[in-house]
Ligand binder design. Structure first.
Ligand SMILES: NC(=O)c1ccc[n+]([C@@H]2O[C@H](COP(=O)([O-])OP(=O)(O)OC[C@H]3O[C@@H](n4cnc5c(N)ncnc54)[C@H](OP(=O)(O)O)[C@@H]3O)[C@@H](O)[C@H]2O)c1
Length: 212
């Protein structure tokens, strides 16, 4: 598939390399191409452009920007370029205030997630929340002694979730579909929980697994 990635940070770069590794075509979008010089040297088959170039390029899009910049990045991507497309939403609504005893602050409430806000503004896109509850180093081909980890997903469009499930399985995940967009109210805060051992003990290597 052709994958357009909006975001040049650790997540955008890690997923872009992962999609290339698994045989997809990739363009990474940024406002500042200079940030990706090293990445492109390491991944010469990848392409770099503006947010709008990446959004136009991708059959499937990945949103991997700072939560506070998510609306702005998608506007820069261009509403017409989002039409009908699956948007893999990796973002977390982390506020600019510092964590308290290792617990991040969010700018959303438990009654409205960031993904619901994005789905409302960009109604022609098909958002699927995923990849937000693990560190970028474990997003592609995760290896844990405890076995295959679980990625929680949600979104309103079943076909988009099937597309994302296929990608997650290819990337080495078990998938737990938590339903419609409102489930992002529960999935986004998993990021808070995931980060606590990191902030308290510098332990950033772990993932969630759903046992039945
Ligand atoms: N880091 C992780 O391991 C991890 C794990 C799971 C989920 N997440 C989530 O994934 C997202 C990306 O995280 P990250 O660590 O890769 O990077 P980040 O530092 O959170 O975000 C960097 C990206 O955000 C864009 N950006 C920032 N402000 C913007 C604005 N006002 N308008 C448009 N774009 C803006 C930057 O654009 P430019 O390219 O133009 O500079 C850059 O591409 C975040 O929402 C984060 O919470 C992160």
């Amino acid at each position: 598939m052709r994958i357009g990635i909006l975001g040049s940070g650790a997540v955008g770069r890690a997923l872009a390399a992962g999609f290339l590794k698994h045989g997809h075509e990739v363009m990474v979008g940024t406002r500042d191409r200079a940030k990706l010089q090293e990445w492109i040297a390491l991944n010469p088959t990848g392409a770099v452009g503006q947010f709008a170039d990446a959004a136009a390029f991708g059959e499937v899009l990945v949103l991997a920007v700072k939560g506070t910049g998510a609306h702005e990045a998608l506007r820069a991507g261009g509403v017409a370029n989002l039409a009908g497309k699956t948007v893999i939403d990796t973002t977390n609504p982390i506020a600019d205030a510092p964590p308290v005893n290792g617990v991040l602050k969010f700018f959303t409430s438990l009654d409205e997630s960031l993904m619901e806000r994005l789905q409302r503004e960009f109604a022609n896109a098909r958002f699927v929340k995923t990849f937000n509850s693990v560190g970028n180093a474990s997003m592609v081909d995760p290896k844990f002694a405890g076995g295959k980890p679980t990625m929680f997903i949600c979104g309103n469009d079943e076909a988009a979730k099937r597309t994302v499930t296929g990608i997650l399985v290819q990337f080495g995940w078990e998938v737990a579909d938590m339903g419609k967009a409102e489930a992002a109210r529960a999935i986004e805060p998993l990021c808070m929980l995931w980060c606590i051992p990191g902030f308290l003990r510098q332990d950033w290597v772990h993932a969630f697994k759903l046992l039945a």
